[in-house]
Write a protein that binds this ligand. Structure first.
Ligand SMILES: [Ca+2]
Ligand SMILES: [Ca+2]
Length: 259
């Protein structure tokens, strides 16, 4: 039950626009291997006790609707969403041979601790480049049917950093834009998730998107944004043909908005 919950989440809602089936299949294996490893380790028990793991205790306190606006400020320095929510941060990419990402593809939760931005403030940090198509970091809700966020008006976060040779986008996977085989309802031209373009600058700044600001890119099957079933938030980096992608970015203070 616990394993299926994690797999459902990973494979239902945490995919970037450029994801392809090959990667999906690889990721199933990676996630399954990670879950099995976690189940067999003491570390998993510790994670659960902290509210961020996949254990029974965490499940009993799981909320997948409403709750406090703040999702994670990384004050706890970990790779899990703040309690009482359960969920985690992860890093994924297209696994092209030329690609390098820190942390590596498949890193999630306890393996993805927050980083000090140099001022004593902890935040999420990822860097890399060389990918043929895409890379991302995401915040995934550990909610089998997605997060019911209709009591909120949108999402905000702080970001800083630099991205070159590609496009950047916040993506919000929901079932309608997610392939059937991964728990969604999309039959063709999938993964055109609702989202918005993000600009990265050297200094921290706050970005706010109300739900109405989130649009599909336009290349996929048209869908209706389902605020009642949010799977994750993903910060995508997509390569522009002929221009090498590189990125070095930070994310902090992820929060729902209430006005
Ligand atoms: Ca946290
Ligand atoms: Ca912080």
């Amino acid at each position: 039950m616990i394993i299926s919950g994690v797999l459902s989440k990973e494979n239902s809602f945490s995919y970037p626009s450029a994801t392809r089936s090959k990667h999906h299949a690889q990721l199933v294996c990676i996630v399954l291997a990670s879950v099995l490893q976690a189940c067999a380790s003491d570390k998993a028990n510790n994670d659960s006790a902290q509210g961020g793991g996949a254990g029974v205790e965490a499940t009993s306190t799981k909320i997948c609707a409403a709750g406090p606006p703040l999702i994670d400020d990384f004050a706890d320095k970990d790779g899990f969403l703040n309690r009482p929510r359960t969920g985690s941060w992860g890093a994924f990419n297209d696994r092209s041979e030329s690609g390098i990402q820190a942390p590596i593809d498949g890193t999630r939760g306890a393996d993805f601790p927050a980083s000090d931005d140099g001022t004593g403030n902890f935040a999420l940090h990822t860097s890399g480049g060389g990918f043929k198509t895409w890379a991302l970091v995401d915040a995934v809700f550990d909610c089998p049917d997605g997060y019911e966020a209709s009591s909120f008006t949108g999402i905000q976060f702080r970001i800083k950093g630099k991205v070159a040779g590609g496009t950047t986008r916040l993506g919000v996977p929901t079932p309608q834009t997610t392939e059937i085989q991964f728990g969604g309802t999309c039959a063709s031209n999938c993964n055109d998730h609702f989202g918005a373009t993000i600009q990265y600058e050297p200094d921290w700044r706050t970005v706010v998107f109300h739900w109405a600001d989130l649009k599909q890119d336009g290349w996929g099957t048209p869908a209706t944004f389902d605020v009642g079933r949010l799977g994750s938030f993903e910060w995508n980096f997509t390569t522009v043909t002929g221009s090498p992608l590189s990125f070095d970015i930070w994310v902090d203070d992820l929060s729902f908005t209430v006005d």
